[in-house]
Design a protein around this ligand. Structure first.
Ligand code: C2O
Ligand code: CU
Ligand code: CU
Length: 527
């Protein structure tokens, strides 16, 4: 691996190492010196901005009683994120970290995503084509946000979502080819919550005690504009942590259990969470929904795109206690003093409602993928995430090879219903890769031959493949045939060009991800 680094890569790795050593000096200059970063004194002090939950989208009333219809417009919006300044975001309906879609198993949804963005990016100048992926959904290929299935500004596409899976925390985000990182960084990412009967029947926190936390980092110019600097396609690191679009917010909590759905929506930053009290918290859900059994931990390593549902019990803290959600950091993230914490919980009152204040020993005994076990005949495929000549590749190939093959080239071709072990290999000590496979949930078998972490003992669709780690997962491929993506969820790596595809079923089977349902020009007919 080291041998394949060119001189520029070596310099870059050196630069990162230098930045890490220099910490905790504030605001280490990895950004180009030409960038006019906002002064630290202009950033709000941590825990001064009130916490808020993004608004929930409302369905469009139609004559169809069986399906929920939504219409969302991606648009530019000037939002006050830092006090006294306006920041241009691109967001669904212009809403920071929102709107959240809340739905129930068994009710399909159709979401009309209208690309109402300005024709080009304000600073980078590329054409603002989009593709919307519902991450965590087993969607048909043409509704999966295939990177090259793009919607141009002025077009719309109706995405159909089956919602037949177990209750889970999903998210929808941009997946447009080569500009996913920039588009998501501008704000095109939000949560999608799927409930089901089992989950709603459990005595775990629900309603206002079931709280989304969309966490990301960002860097701002003195004008308030977002700065996009991916250090020559290495990674994108900001010094401001936003939770639900707000910098280091302060949330008031009662003395009882809360359930937090924590999504790492950062482009490149991993987190290692810990409570300032050092106390345990309980993980009850992973990417694919509830675990079989809750897991108590004091720390949790959280890669990009992973979702963890955690329960924090504030009952033991006297009114007046502040509990800070701290980030201990992960190797090869560029840290700042300001990224060592995400938000604060201020215990302000006794509970007003004690329903859903328990964590049963059994959550979802039939959790998706968790009953899969390898047999001697189980096929294993190996995917090496490797930097070759300045490109991020999977087994030496990239999405450019897919494009050159007219979208036919595939890395793997499991049959419909096949169970396979996929082995993700990262031989580098210089970076980590959160590896995401579309369509399926998987069970993590092991990491470097050792059992997965306690908090990974649930259905997953992204797994943290750390420095010098080999992670094995097992999945059953289905329920749809067709071509689906798998990629590193460091979106800078993904765009340049660590993204592959696989075909479920025989060659050519399944709907075509690009041509089966193409974007159409506005104005659109009524839903
Ligand atoms: Cu969250 Cu292929 O994406
Ligand atoms: Cu996905
Ligand atoms: Cu990567």
């Amino acid at each position: 691996m080291v041998a394949s680094l060119n001189r520029r890569d070596v310099l870059k790795v050196g630069l990162f190492a230098g930045a890490a050593v220099a910490l905790p000096l504030e605001r280490v200059a990895i950004a180009k010196s030409t960038i006019d970063r906002i002064a630290a004194s202009k950033l709000p002090r941590p825990f001064t901005v009130p916490f808020a939950v993004p608004p929930v989208a409302t369905a469009v009333p139609t004559a169809d009683a069986t399906t929920d219809y939504y219409e969302l417009t991606m648009r530019s919006n000037q939002v006050e994120i830092l006090p006294g300044l306006k920041t241009e975001l691109w967001a669904y309906d212009g809403i920071p970290a929102g709107p959240t879609i809340v739905t129930t198993r068994g009710r399909p949804a159709v979401i009309r995503h209208i690309n109402g963005l300005p024709p080009t990016h304000p600073a980078l100048g590329y054409t603002s084509t989009t593709s919307v992926h519902l991450h965590g959904s087993a969607s048909l290929p043409e509704y999966d946000g295939y990177a090259s299935d793009v919607t141009q500004p002025g077009q719309y596409k109706d995405y159909h979502y089956p919602n037949f899976q177990d209750a889970r925390t999903l998210w929808y985000h941009d997946h447009g080819v080569h500009h996913t990182a920039e588009n998501a960084y501008m704000g095109l990412a939000a949560m999608y919550i799927l409930h089901d009967e089992l989950e709603l029947s459990l005595p775990i926190p629900h309603g206002r005690y079931d709280v989304p936390l969309v966490v990301r980092d960002a860097m701002f110019a003195s004008s308030g504009a977002l700065i996009y600097d991916d250090s020559n396609h290495s990674g994108l690191f900001g010094d401001v942590i936003l939770v639900n679009g707000r910098p280091w917010p302060r949330m008031e909590v009662e003395r009882r259990k809360y359930r937090f759905r924590v999504l790492n929506a950062s482009i490149s930053r991993g987190y290692r969470w810990k409570l300032s009290t050092g106390d345990e918290f309980t993980v009850i859900g992973t990417d694919g929904g509830l675990m079989q059994a809750p897991q108590r931990v004091t720390e949790l390593r959280h890669g990009m795109a992973e979702r963890y549902e955690i329960v924090i019990d504030f009952a033991k803290y006297p009114v007046g206690t502040r509990v800070v959600l701290q980030n201990l950091g992960v190797p090869n993230a560029v840290d700042f003093d300001t990224t060592k914490q995400a938000m604060a919980f201020d215990v302000v009152a006794d509970p007003t409602d004690l329903s859903g204040n328990a964590i049963p020993d059994v959550l979802n005994p039939k959790a998706s993928a968790m009953d899969l076990t390898p047999t001697p005949g189980t096929r294993t495929r190996r995917f090496e995430f490797i930097r070759v000549d300045g490109h991020w590749t999977i087994n030496g190939k990239t999405w450019e090879d897919v494009i050159k093959s007219d979208y036919q080239y595939v890395w793997a071709d499991p049959g419909l219903g096949d169970v396979e072990i996929w082995e993700f290999v990262n031989k580098s000590g210089g970076w980590f890769h959160p590896v995401h496979v579309h369509l399926v949930d998987y069970k993590v078998l092991d990491r470097n031959g050792k059992p997965p972490f306690a908090y990974e003992l649930g259905p997953k669709d992204v797994v943290y493949v750390g420095e010098n780690e080999t992670v094995r997962v097992i999945a059953q491929f289905g329920p749809h045939q067709g071509r689906y993506m798998m990629h590193c969820h460091n979106l800078v790596h993904e765009d340049h060009d660590m993204m592959a595809q696989f075909q479920v079923g025989p060659p050519g089977s399944g709907d075509d991800p690009i041509w089966a349902d193409v974007a159409k020009a506005m104005p659109a007919p009524a839903l």
